[in-house]
Design a protein around this ligand. Sequence first.
Ligand SMILES: [Zn+2]
Length: 107
Amino acid sequence: MMLIPCPWCGPRSQLEFTYGGDATLRRPAADAPEAAWAEYVYLRENPCGPHDELWYHGAGCRSWFSVRRDTRTHEILASSPVAAPLDARVDQPVADPPALRDGQQAP
Ligand SMILES: [Zn+2]
């Protein structure tokens, strides 16, 4: 069982979270070539080592946040709100979760 440190709730069981994908992807411009869109939608790296990911705490604060996880060991190296840099390990809650709005979507 993996413990994931939510920036607002602290370490919780992985069962409370949903993986949201690669946090390093950047959406192409609306007028970008079709190849850029195909790469954005379909192609993914399969890193061996630290990887930045998006996670959703659906059974907790219902917030999205970033996690740096070592894909070899599943060790969580850092956790932070999406808008904050992923440069420090978070073992304790850092703040109140952001207010939820109806229809709020992933970042
Ligand atoms: Zn949470």
